[in-house]
Design a protein around this ligand. Sequence first.
Ligand SMILES: CC(C)(COP(=O)(O)OP(=O)(O)OC[C@H]1O[C@@H](n2cnc3c(N)ncnc32)[C@H](O)[C@@H]1OP(=O)(O)O)[C@@H](O)C(=O)NCCC(=O)NCCS
Length: 173
Amino acid sequence: MSEASEYSAVETLRNGRPVEIRALRPDDRVGLIAAVERASAQSLFRRFFAAKRGFTEKEIAFFVNIDFINHVALVAVVDEDGHPVIVGGARYIVGQPGTAEVAFAVVDEHQGQGIGTALMRHLAAIARRAGLNELVAEVLPDNGPMLKVFENSGFHLTKKRTSEVVHIALQLS
Ligand SMILES: CC(C)(COP(=O)(O)OP(=O)(O)OC[C@H]1O[C@@H](n2cnc3c(N)ncnc32)[C@H](O)[C@@H]1OP(=O)(O)O)[C@@H](O)C(=O)NCCC(=O)NCCS
């Protein structure tokens, strides 16, 4: 485990409310599943490229068992009715040395408040500290919000479009 496993930062959203961006913890399993259950079919399709209704035990284990070296996961937590609730998450998985694939999701009713942008900023900071040079992603061509998060990241961006997806590469160094 690295210090990324203890990561925590607080940001202010566009609506003026705070969001905590922190490392996913082993006890987040229930909160993570609850967040996925709140997401719309369109958001799940944009995240998983398939119509997803539920996840197998194996998939859930993959999402929550994070080594914080080759697989880093952050969650976004806001207060809902006095309780901290996971409303988004982002992760990277190292593939080739120096390069990691990223993926994001924010529950629909909290989209457009800056959570995706904040997750991007913190995930990139962790990736740079870990010595990664590049973050890559595959995005559906009509996924404007995700493309905007990458474009607004401030890193040099390369886009390659095929008929089905846009391949994104962000240079971190
Ligand atoms: C992509 C996603 C993570 C972005 O998260 P978010 O919290 O909405 O992002 P932000 O609030 O930081 O907004 C990013 C940009 O998208 C825009 N945006 C967000 N939601 C939008 C919406 N529903 N319609 C139009 N624009 C939207 C914002 O205005 C912002 O652009 P700006 O900074 O130029 O104003 C979120 O929309 C999501 O979970 N989508 C479904 C899953 C997904 O697509 N995953 C990507 C797979 S890699």
